[in-house]
Design a protein around this ligand. Structure first.
Ligand code: IPE
Ligand code: MG
Length: 224
């Protein structure tokens, strides 16, 4: 969800106004996703690198996350949205951690849309943490090194309950991966759009999803 800052700056507003508008867009996209055939939606809200921003912006984003959970809990329950989080949680404010655990529990039986929010998430950090956890099992003697295969690593990631993404969309004209789902996106399709996230309407998403439907995916094999 890139481009909130530029969107606000271009209008002469503080960056946080862009983030607030961005959160409104998340709501709309969550509402329309099931109608577009999307069952799994993951949004990248805060990366392990985003701590480098000003304290004001970091705190603003954190309180936006907390408010989103509190304000949207009702509607998500009503609309069958199951909310999960990926990323390293321990660095987050304990109150935010509590809210995250609370909404995950509250929405756990919902099945219409699986919404995952990546907060303090980095693909490299996630893989590093997974390897550390696997190493502990090896050290404890419960996992022989020769039994470590792709499944063992996949199951040690934050995304253990999630399917690999079919399509990764990056907004705001940047054509980088920026540490997002590095392992999981090995065979994903990518879409790069110049649209800034605060301008990312359901119509823009519908257009991208429509074009995605015409792509041919071979996963390294040949068709037919
Ligand atoms: C939102 O866009 C991404 C978040 C970290 C919340 P940016 O804040 O990166 O916006 P730009 O790139 O400065 O325009
Ligand atoms: Mg950016």
């Amino acid at each position: 969800m890139d481009g909130n800052g530029r969107w606000a700056t271009a209008k002469g507003w503080p960056r946080l106004v862009g983030h607030r508008k961005g959160a409104e867009r998340v709501k709309e996209i969550v509402r329309c996703a099931p109608d577009l055939g999307i069952r799994w939606l993951t949004v990248y809200a805060f990366s392990t690198e985003n701590w480098k921003r000003s304290t004001r912006e970091v705190l603003g984003l954190m309180s936006l996350f907390a408010r989103y959970i509190q304000r949207e809990a009702e509607e998500m329950s009503r609309e069958g949205v199951r909310m999960r989080f990926i990323g390293e949680r321990k660095r987050l404010d304990p109150k935010l951690q509590d809210l995250m655990a609370w909404i995950e529990e509250r929405t756990r039986n919902n099945t219409r849309l699986n919404l995952t929010v990546a907060i303090n998430y980095g693909g490299r950090d996630e893989i590093t943490r997974a390897i550390r956890a696997i190493a502990r099992r090896v050290e404890a003697g419960s996992l022989p090194p020769e039994c470590i295969d792709e499944t063992v690593l996949t199951d040690a990631l934050d995304t253990i309950d999630l399917p690999d993404p079919d399509l990764v969309i990056r907004t705001s004209g940047e054509t980088r991966v920026s540490n997002f789902l590095l392992w999981q996106a090995a065979y994903s399709e990518y879409e790069f759009t110049p649209v800034l996230w605060p301008d990312f309407t359901p119509e823009v998403l519908a257009d991208i999803v429509g074009r995605y439907g015409h792509r041919e995916r071979r996963y390294g094999g040949v068709l037919g």
